[in-house]
Design a protein around this ligand. Structure first.
Ligand SMILES: CC(C)(COP(=O)(O)OP(=O)(O)OC[C@H]1O[C@@H](n2cnc3c(N)ncnc32)[C@H](O)[C@@H]1OP(=O)(O)O)[C@@H](O)C(=O)NCCC(=O)NCCS
Length: 164
């Protein structure tokens, strides 16, 4: 289901920022030359579809994809403007780094960027962990939004089909 977020009510969260600083996690906008590293990280964890969406976001100017880095390693990402204007997603955090606020920090940074780019509301496209979005940024479900924009999407090609 898609969810709706009031971007105009969001504020920076100094406690969350300190939590990232204390774990030496840096959240920042991705750079276009980092695209191969980003997609190579996403594919084995979250699949080719999310890598394609991250590519679309990274190729915007400025890129609308944010990354989390710890000890020079990528540990998470979040995008907007990937599959549709005004849409947040996809996002993912490495399993070993979950539950430490990184997903929340990436979400907030990305939604604040949407607001700065002129949106009043943001849509979380095909929200999986709805409780995460409700708790972190007060997102509410959009009734009747399944399958929404993803209706009739082509299945991802399997490697055997690609090599035929
Ligand atoms: C969803 C995801 C990005 C969250 O990242 P994270 O770094 O673990 O999240 P945080 O530590 O910032 O959690 C923020 C809050 O949401 C809660 N939360 C996190 N994941 C949750 C989940 N799957 N279900 C319910 N609540 C969740 C946390 O408990 C935390 O609550 P608190 O502030 O009260 O302690 C991560 O679990 C992930 O990569 N999942 C797989 C990919 C995915 O589903 N992406 C979303 C697609 S729409």
């Amino acid at each position: 289901m898609d969810m709706l977020v009031k971007l105009y009510e969001l504020k920076r969260d100094p406690a969350l920022d300190s939590r990232m600083t204390s774990q030496a996690v840096v959240i920042r906008r991705v750079l276009a030359p980092e695209l191969p590293a980003l997609t190579a990280w996403i594919v084995p964890r979250f699949g080719a579809g999310w890598a394609a969406e991250a590519t679309a976001a990274t190729m915007r100017q400025p890129p609308t994809c944010f990354i989390a880095i710890q000890a020079d390693q990528l540990i998470g990402f979040a995008c907007h403007e990937a599959t549709a204007k005004g849409f947040f997603g996809p996002t993912g955090v490495d399993q070993a780094a979950r539950g430490k606020g990184v997903g929340h920090a990436l979400l907030l940074e990305t939604l604040l960027d949407m607001h700065a780019q002129g949106y009043a509301y943001g849509v979380i496209g095909g929200a999986g962990p709805m409780e995460f979005y409700r708790r972190s940024v007060g997102a509410i479900p959009i009734e009747g939004s399944v399958p929404g924009i993803y209706r009739g999407m082509l299945p991802l090609a399997q490697p055997s089909e690609v090599s035929d």
